[in-house]
Design a binder for this molecule. Structure first.
Ligand code: IDP
Length: 150
């Protein structure tokens, strides 16, 4: 079963949206396998956003993501990477469709409330960056039959 790394960013935590965001993925049918509230260090932020180093907004991005606690999560389910990206909406909240998390709760590019891995490869890298294997819980959900028919 596919897994993805999701985090409620510092603006989402401060604006009391963590529960709402978790609730959307729960109701969709995805399974939570890792969860913690944490403060990201500049070093970890640099590793997470390494692909953006050198871009004009890089400094702001690192300052923002380290500006307060985040809720770090691992979610599991069929096609979870792409489905959660769709549920988050476009990176720029001004272009994110109503009904998506960014479309409903954000207005500005830098402060877009939530992060989700953009591919299964990124997901594996990001999960390993934020979680140790012991922090991820393997368990069976009774609802699987009603979600997947097996
Ligand atoms: P994503 O978060 O939708 O995957 P990325 O392109 O990976 O988008 O960018 C990472 C984060 O960097 C975005 O969520 C956004 O907060 C910020 N960001 C991206 N592009 C810009 C920009 O042009 N100006 C300011 N912030 C940006």
């Amino acid at each position: 079963m596919e897994r993805t790394y999701v985090m409620v960013k510092p603006d989402g935590v401060q604006r009391n949206l963590a529960g709402e965001i978790i609730s959307r993925f729960e109701k969709k049918g995805f399974q939570l396998v890792g969860l913690k509230l944490m403060q990201i260090t500049p070093e970890l932020a640099g590793k997470h956003y390494g692909e953006h180093e050198g871009k004009p907004f890089y400094g702001e991005l690192i300052d923002f993501i380290t500006s307060g606690p985040v809720v770090a999560m691992v979610w599991q389910g069929q096609n979870v990477v792409s489905v959660i990206r769709n549920m988050m909406g476009k990176t720029n909240p001004a272009e994110a469709a109503p009904g998506t998390i960014r479309g409903d709760y954000a207005v500005f590019m830098g402060n877009n409330v939530v992060h989700g891995s953009d591919s299964p490869e990124s997901a594996e890298r990001e999960i390993n960056l934020f979680f140790s294997p012991e922090e991820l819980v393997d368990y069976k959900k009774a609802t699987d039959f009603w979600l997947y028919g097996k």
